[in-house]
Design a protein around this ligand. Structure first.
Ligand code: SF4
Ligand code: SF4
Length: 191
């Protein structure tokens, strides 16, 4: 493989506006309930009482995640008809809509909940890293849309050199399961 393309998430910059999620949904014309990129909130904490004073100690952060175009993609392994494929040139994992029979084995096997079954077409789709945008020399629409520049993309080894090798954060599966092509700078409250 020439290189593995990957996403980067700078969690502390994300304000949960979901612009990335909406941009992706718009580009792929996704139906209600379908998300190829999803932004979820994690919140917690409590309060301390000191005398007559109530001191809040709460936290909240957001996680923006799509398919991670994994190094060990269980979706590819589990598809019985070879519809889920990993591109040799850049490691992008995509679903060939002509071949997909809608059995949902990829949906059940992906620990990130990335593949989305479409009841109308009876096929499954997911993030393809905006292959058409990349071919036109443009970034994926989620990266381009983020007003806080919380998302980035590039070759995995370049992102790792720049940002480190973390590929998991609170609320996400352990990175060792599928070797996600993801670099993430966890929020301070996710450590
Ligand atoms: S995140 Fe899920 S769908 Fe995407 S490559 Fe990994 S296992 Fe497959
Ligand atoms: S657009 Fe950027 S700031 Fe908004 S939810 Fe997505 S990653 Fe977070």
């Amino acid at each position: 493989m020439a290189k593995q393309i990957a996403f980067y998430v700078e969690q502390k910059f994300c304000v949960g506006c979901k612009t990335c999620q909406v941009a992706c949904k718009d580009k792929h014309d996704l139906k209600v309930g379908q998300l190829y990129r999803r932004v979820s909130e994690t919140a917690g904490g409590g309060f301390e009482i000191k005398g007559a004073t109530v001191i809040p100690a709460v936290y909240a952060f957001w996680t923006s995640i799509s398919c991670n175009h994994c190094g060990q993609p269980v979706c590819v392994e589990n598809c019985p008809v070879g519809a889920v494929q990993k591109q040799a040139a850049d490691g992008i994992v995509y679903i060939d809509q002509e071949k997909c029979v809608g059995c949902r084995k990829c949906v059940k096997s992906c620990p990130y909940g990335a593949p989305q079954y479409n009841r109308e077409t009876r096929k499954t789709g997911k993030c393809d890293f905006c292959r058409d945008e990349l071919a036109a020399g443009k970034p994926p629409v989620c990266v381009a849309a983020c007003p806080l520049r919380a998302l980035d993309y590039g070759p995995l080894n370049v992102l790792q050199r720049k940002y480190g090798k973390a590929n998991e954060t609170k609320g996400l599966p352990a990175g060792g399961q599928t070797q996600p092509a993801l670099v993430i700078a966890p929020h301070r409250d996710a450590l």
